[in-house]
Design a protein around this ligand. Structure first.
Ligand code: OAD
Length: 247
């Protein structure tokens, strides 16, 4: 796989690297993307299910849908794209990861400096007390699950019409402001506010590289566009970067 020397030169160890990922990074693990051909939304009309209104109206249905998604994800493993990003955390002293994915695969691959900006589908939240807990059981023994206080639990994820966690958002904006190298992987870059992060990073002078199997709305603005599968490009890219440091 060919990468230009000028692109590889941007990945100096002194750089403040932020990686931003979307569903495309998990596609090769077998997690369906949202808007691709296998999109969960197409088959199951997720845009109608992933709303607070749908949960209020039919919590059982929404939990059955999450239980099904959790079942798919439980059978998957991090792929070489996740592993390469986990290794980037080890080799770049200034590294952060912002992911839109709720599948937890980055954590399983070993990333720790991570903001899960749309939440995590292995976490639950009490609708009355707001208490967050973890539940990895598949399938769930009781649907919908309940808190010890008797109230309903909901998935600790961000739904349509809901605000992102303000602390996560503020931290993400800070990271985007401070980074001088942004690697954007496998996102259609259409869901705000995350879709604005590459634009903002570029505006602040960062070098922005995109890895995507297809072109996206940000392809025309980035400094480098790498077309192909994240699970193939990222390990090759990291290999070249490390090779350039040792010469
Ligand atoms: P999408 O499903 O919208 O986009 C997935 C992107 O990954 C597309 O641009 C694909 O071309 C690309 N892609 C697919 N396979 C790939 C591969 N093997 N390697 C590289 N790229 C690949 O998913 P997101 O952009 O993550 O939010 O969607 C953003 C948000 O929309 C989600 O987090 C979700 C949804 O609303 C919430 O649930 C709040």
């Amino acid at each position: 796989m060919e990468f230009s020397d000028s692109l590889i030169e941007e990945f100096q160890p002194s750089k403040n690297l932020v990686v931003l990922t979307g569903a495309g990074i998990s596609a090769e693990s077998g997690v369906p993307t949202f808007r691709g051909e296998d999109g969960l939304w197409r088959k199951h009309r997720a845009e109608e299910l992933a709303t607070p209104y749908a949960f209020q109206t039919n919590p059982k249905l929404i939990w059955e849908w999450y239980d099904w998604r959790r079942g798919i994800i439980a059978k998957t493993e991090p792929n070489p794209g996740h592993t390469a990003i986990a290794e980037m955390e080890q080799v770049f002293p200034h590294f952060s990861l912002i992911t839109q994915n709720v599948d937890g695969l980055h954590r399983r691959a070993g990333n720790t400096k991570i903001i899960e900006i749309h939440g995590n589908l292995w976490q639950t939240r009490c609708v009355r007390e707001g208490k967050v807990g973890e539940d990895y059981r598949v399938p769930l023994p009781e649907i919908p699950p309940k808190c010890e206080c008797g109230a309903l639990l909901r998935p600790h994820v961000v739904w349509f019409g809901e605000s992102l966690d303000q602390e996560d958002l503020a931290r993400s904006y800070r990271l985007i402001e401070e980074c001088n190298l942004l690697l954007v992987v496998g996102t259609s870059a259409v869901v705000q506010p995350v879709a604005s992060f590459p634009v903002e990073a570029k505006r602040q002078g960062a070098f922005v590289v995109e890895v995507n199997i297809d072109s996206s709305p940000i392809s025309s603005l980035v400094n480098g566009s790498l077309l192909g599968k994240a699970g193939e490009i990222l390990p090759a890219l990291l290999g070249k970067i490390k090779g350039s440091w040792s010469t």
